[in-house]
Design a protein around this ligand. Structure first.
Ligand code: GLN
Length: 462
């Protein structure tokens, strides 16, 4: 990897993407330690003019890089930010490293602990290079309020980089880090990112822990990433956010194949290892899901399939002398056993006198199921479950027993009824080599969250 070293006049350098660096680190052609050293060299060259870094954390970076290189050498799976050089705004604390918040009043302060975002970045393999200049206590829009002098914009060093996270934006623009963290109270990530020509993210308030952030205005302060491209910024956010994963107790009861349970539990452990918070949730109406589903689905099916009467389209039985016999024979000869069973069940559930007891009741319980999910998604971002209670069963194994077949849907029909979204992602295999899927459910319109969780499970498989 060669960092383009520019002349004193040109400080902007194309930032490497995570993907480019990751390939090298995984293959061993790039050593995290060398990469960090190259970045420190670059910093030494351009920092005197740009004033982006207030302090460097060389020892800690070297230790972390050595860990990443050791993992890569063993051929172990590498975490998402393995070896990626990252800079940290000086309002965020790193154990033992100076934290000034750009103010004289904190000069010499070395905090005794790490901010949550710092721990999460390191757990994801990032190599933290040092602390980035900013406006004093994040107050400003130009980075001219730092007690340690202004940051200069790498695009034109006579201009401001924006503020208050000017150092975080300039570091990425000048390739003095591949990505950085900043904070945004009223625009301090977005405005400097805009001035320096990089990507900056304002995460939803509450998505990222503020533990270890030197506060400016607590109800407004947010921590977010800067990167050279949107994908890398999203990856950074995925690492620092605390995705909350719910595990519904009702999905791990009787009927769950022990090998499936074991695979899913190990998938949940890998989510925890990837920085997710895992907690139990309860979905007590789950036990009604199969009857509710088979009432609603068959009722709607019986209405939909009524059109296949031998008159308008489709098969017509040739052997009938009356209209009503023609209906009977066409349907009898044209439909298979399972479809007939469902039409009968559905017609019964919708029939006068039974409608209130069956179809209407089912719709009411369906509503309770949907509300139960809405409540759960107030506490967790995603819910993970086995997708099916068993691995693929043998042909013919359940064909003689419709009820046993319906029970194969026990974990999937709840989301169908509630209208929420989900992804199933491979989560290992049984000893016999049969695939096991993990179901990742998220609230309506939150497919993005389901993808993020599913991606973390997928990454842990490799
Ligand atoms: N520029 C605004 C201010 O000076 C916002 C700063 C920030 O987002 N930290 O308060």
């Amino acid at each position: 990897m060669n960092i383009e070293t520019k002349t004193a006049e040109t400080y902007v350098a194309k930032t490497k993407t995570f993907a480019e660096l990751r390939d090298g680190i995984v293959s061993g052609s790039v050593k995290a330690a060398d990469l960090a050293a190259e970045y420190y060299e670059r910093i030494e060259q351009v920092n005197p003019r740009l004033n982006v870094y207030l302090s460097l954390t060389k020892e800690r970076a070297a230790e972390q890089a050595a860990k990443v290189d050791a993992l890569a050498a063993k051929g172990d799976p590498l975490p998402p930010l393995a070896g990626i050089p990252v800079g940290i705004k000086d309002v965020l604390v790193m154990k033992g490293a100076p934290a000034t918040a750009g103010s004289r009043i904190l000069k010499g302060y070395r905090p005794p602990y790490d901010a949550t975002v710092v721990s999460k970045l390191e757990a994801a393999g990032a190599v933290l290079l040092g602390k980035l200049n900013c406006d004093e206590f994040a107050m400003g829009s130009s980075n001219e309020n730092s007690a340690y002098g202004p940051v200069r914009n790498p695009v034109d060093t006579d201009r401001v980089p924006g503020g208050s996270s000017g150092g975080s934006a300039a570091a990425v623009a000048a390739n003095m880090a591949v990505a950085t963290l900043g904070t945004d109270t009223g625009g301090s990530i977005r405005q400097p990112a805009s001035f320096c020509g990089v990507v900056g993210v304002l995460p939803t308030y509450g998505r990222v822990s503020r533990y270890g952030l030197i506060a400016f205005a607590s109800s407004l302060d947010r921590i977010g990433p800067f990167a050279g491209n949107v994908r890398d910024a999203a990856t950074m956010l995925g690492v620092i956010e605390g995705l909350r994963i719910g595990v519904p107790v009702e999905y791990f009861g009787e009927g769950l194949d022990p090998e499936v349970r074991e695979r899913i539990e190990s998938g949940i452990n890998s989510l925890q290892a990837a920085g997710c918070t895992v907690k139990p949730v309860s979905l007590p109406h789950t036990r009604y899901a199969i009857p509710v589903y088979y009432l609603v689905a068959t009722a709607e099916a019986s209405a939909n399939l009524a059109r296949f009467d031998g008159v308008r389209y489709g098969y017509r039985s040739p052997s009938s002398d009356t209209l009503s016999a023609m209906y009977d024979h066409s349907r009898d000869e044209g439909f298979g056993a399972e479809v007939k069973r469902r039409i009968l069940l559905g017609t019964y559930a919708l029939s006068a006198g039974y409608y209130d007891d069956y179809y209407l009741k089912a719709q009411q319980v369906r509503r309770l199921l949907a509300e139960e999910f809405i409540r759960a998604f107030a506490e967790v971002d995603a819910i993970v479950t086995p997708t099916a209670p068993t691995p693929a069963f043998k042909l013919g194994e359940k064909t003689g027993d419709p009820l046993a077949m319906y029970l194969a849907d026990i974990y999937t029909v709840t989301a169908s009824l509630a209208g929420i979204c989900g992804v199933t992602v491979p989560c290992g295999a049984t000893k016999a080599g049969l695939p096991v899927g993990m179901q990742v459910l998220a609230a309506r319109l939150n497919e993005g969250t389901a993808f993020r969780v599913a991606r973390a499970v997928e990454a842990a498989q490799k």
